[in-house]
Design a binder for this molecule. Structure first.
Ligand code: IVH
Length: 678
């Protein structure tokens, strides 16, 4: 037993912890801007719980920790049909085995098994279907009422809008996330524009789902994985593993990899296996969820106020590594933003070899006092981008000095400026060589004009040789400019020229994306192209024409107007037109409605011998079709390449049309022979 004064101290400590947790909850759930890692947060929670138990054993009443609430202004709230709970979690193997003991003590000798699933670190979503039709999507909110984020969720490519109608209303539960590539691309783009980067994909996914501008949401390519049924679960599914398969049959993406185990030791082996392979998943996995497989036992065990008793999350501690900064270099981006990068003694971290880490901006370096020669601790932000989380100042050399951020551009020497409200320093000389280089690299890249063969090193040499100083010059290149380049040769030079020529009639969105208008990504470029059909039309558009477009917010509209209002940019566009860069989509409305691809939902399986998968997807989309990831009742045509997988059997069972590669090529070419292709 503790003395009164000791208990008073414990109580004060407990109150302080609860206040701290409440603050972190607000930062995490409402502002998507956590200041501590999940691990640190979980440690605070565990400590509060321990103290709470001690106080309770001395009959001292304590406040309960409140479940986080993500609801914010601007969204309509609606009730879940059944509550959305959270999961008990642990970082300890022993506690996982204790969980098993508890279950066994309740059920005596009764046999049961486990399912082990990746714990996806996205944001929880509740999809409500009424009479088989998608009705609304709700965030967890406070567990009883959530925010209606249907318009964001509708941008998810393979969200089934109709499902088999088993009960009047059904809730499908899952997780929304942003995949690694999209996350990295978004951050790269933000860094180039001098905006703060997102610290991890979960925050980005959470912020995106709560974005009101739908075209911005569409750019972020949200993804969905489902793993449970809330209200309306059918009694015919006996096991959680059946539910996962059933969700796939309904047309949802569900856990691609999960394990079943007959006892806790086996389950632990699965957790270890999951840990070893989790870096290969497209989403960030911060742990394993261990669930009892028998659904009848879920009903018998029920839940506490916060979480079900039939499941527990085992979370992996974040991996960290210590290494030395050999140098701090400064990179000049496409829009002149200067990004400091730490070069490191290479080190293994979360499955990859790390030799560089972005330092984001001058403030970040000053705040952490990061210096060349420092020993630092690295952690992967979202296990994707390595970030320096702390510096070991005790290991510093005596003569170490703070890093001084320069006030002139490391490349061209012009004075750096900091625009109001921005963290980044910029070089405002648009003729600064690295800026020219990055603009040209972006223009020729696969996501823009797709000029194959013109790589970074060729571009660098052409700039140095005075042959390239803006994107227009690409179309002025002569055979001998390229042939003279080191290691290139006549054959490659001809190929590149041919590719440059071919790019003159690319679809309009590629040109719009390639121009690098701030904030205009691939999706928005596609939308603008479909609306305006030529650069000239877009350049002549008025602010109100743009603003009234579905999904283009004020910010993007203003960016477009300001881009075309700049005489230098108009000059570039005029030059491109004179040089034969047409990129007009013609009357795409007519073409699209005539296309047999128009409005149909395709799924691809296996490999195509005549073109990469991405090309096939683009071709289908250009002709008005949509491509989804998995076969569902909504799929209209399955394209089966060589070694197609289980999708073929599924398509057959659903009576879906199946095209072989030849049939696809035939249909593509018959559609292209209309003036559509351009
Ligand atoms: S089952 C009662 N399975 O983790 C909640 N949840 O920390 C049952 N999560 O709110 C959820 N992956 O958003 C379940 N495979 C998985 C999961 C998963 C991620 C999330 C979910 C939940 C949170 C709890």
């Amino acid at each position: 037993m503790y003395s009164h004064s000791h208990i008073r101290t414990l109580k004060a400590k407990h109150d302080k912890l609860l206040a701290e947790i409440a603050m972190h909850d607000r930062l995490y759930y409402r502002e998507n801007n956590p200041k501590i890692s999940d691990f640190e947060y979980d440690c605070l929670k565990a400590e509060a719980e321990r103290l709470g138990e001690t106080l309770a054993s001395h009959s001292i009443p304590t406040e309960k920790t409140i479940i986080g609430d993500d609801r914010i202004a601007g969204f309509e709230a609606a009730a879940h049909l059944s509550p959305m709970m959270s999961l008990a979690n642990t970082y300890s193997r022993d506690e996982l085995f204790q969980f098993d003991m508890r279950i066994k003590s309740i059920f005596g000798g009764q046999k049961f098994s486990y399912v082990i699933e990746p714990k996806i670190d996205g944001i929880a979503i509740n999809l409500i279907y009424k009479n088989g039709n998608f009705h609304r999507a709700l965030t967890r909110g406070n567990g009883t009422i959530g925010d209606d984020v249907s318009s964001s969720v509708r941008t998810i490519r393979d969200l089934p809008l109709r499902i088999e109608n088993l009960s009047e209303s059904i809730e499908i539960r899952g997780e929304i996330y942003i995949d690694e590539q999209t996350f990295a691309a978004i951050n790269k783009c933000r860094e180039e524009q001098g905006l703060d980067v997102f610290s991890n994909p979960r925050n980005l996914a959470a912020g995106t789902v709560k974005t009101l501008d739908v075209s911005e949401v569409a750019e972020r390519n949200l993804q969905l994985i489902t793993y449970a049924i809330g209200h309306g679960a059918s009694d015919s599914e006996n096991l959680q593993s059946d539910t996962l398969e059933y969700l796939k049959r309904l047309g949802f993406r569900s856990q691609e990899k999960y394990w079943t185990a007959t006892n806790i030791s086996e389950a632990w082996k699965c957790v270890e296996e999951l840990n070893a392979m989790r870096h290969s998943f497209p989403y960030w996995t911060d742990g394993a969820v261990i669930k009892i497989n028998e659904l009848q036992l879920h009903r018998e065990l029920g839940a506490t106020a916060k979480s079900p008793r039939w499941a527990i999350a085992y979370k992996f501690e974040p991996e960290r590594a210590i290494t030395k900064i050999t140098n701090i270099i400064l990179q000049v981006g496409r829009t002149g933003v200067i990004t400091p990068v730490a070069e490191l003694e290479s080190v293994q971290l979360s499955g990859t070899n790390v030799s560089r880490a972005t330092l984001h901006n001058a403030d970040e370096i000053a705040k952490k006092d990061i210096r060349p020669g420092d020993y630092v601790t690295l952690e992967k932000a979202g296990e994707i981008i390595p970030a320096i989380i702390s510096v070991d100042a005790s290991k510093r050399a005596h003569d170490s000095k703070p890093f001084v951020f320069p006030d002139t551009c490391p490349s061209c020497g012009s004075k750096l400026v900091r625009l109001e409200g921005e963290a980044a320093w910029r070089c405002q000389n648009s003729y600064c060589l690295p800026q020219i280089q990055r603009r040209i690299e972006h223009f020729v890249s696969r996501v823009a004009m797709d000029i194959d063969g013109l790589g970074s090193s060729a571009i660098e040499k052409l700039i140095a040789g005075g042959k390239l100083s803006c994107i227009c010059d690409i179309y002025r290149l002569k055979f001998y400019d390229l042939e003279n380049l080191e290691k290139l040769g006549a054959k490659s030079a001809l190929k590149i020229l041919n590719n440059i020529d071919g790019s003159k009639s690319r679809p309009l969105w590629r040109l719009l994306h390639g121009l690098g208008i701030p904030g205009i990504g691939e999706q928005t470029a596609k939308m603008l192209a479909a609306e305006f059909l030529s650069v000239a039309n877009l350049a002549a558009a008025k602010l109100e024409d743009l603003e009234k477009l579905n999904g283009i917010g004020e910010k993007l509209a203003a960016a477009v107007i300001s881009f075309f209002g700049e005489p230098n940019n108009m000059k570039i566009i005029e030059n491109l037109l004179t040089l034969g860069v047409v990129c007009e989509d013609g009357n795409s409305e007519n073409i699209r409605t005539n296309s047999i691809f128009q409005g149909k939902i395709f799924v691809l399986t296996g490999t195509l011998s005549s073109m990469p998968r991405q090309k096939a997807i683009e071709a289908i989309e250009t002709l008005g079709g949509q491509v989804a990831n998995s076969v569902s009742a909504k799929t209209q045509i399955l394209i089966a390449g060589e070694n197609g997988g289980s999708k073929i059997a599924k398509a057959k069972s659903l009576g879906i049309a199946i095209w072989g590669e030849n049939e696809l090529l035939r249909n593509l070419s018959s559609q292209r022979s209309t003036p559509a292709g351009h």
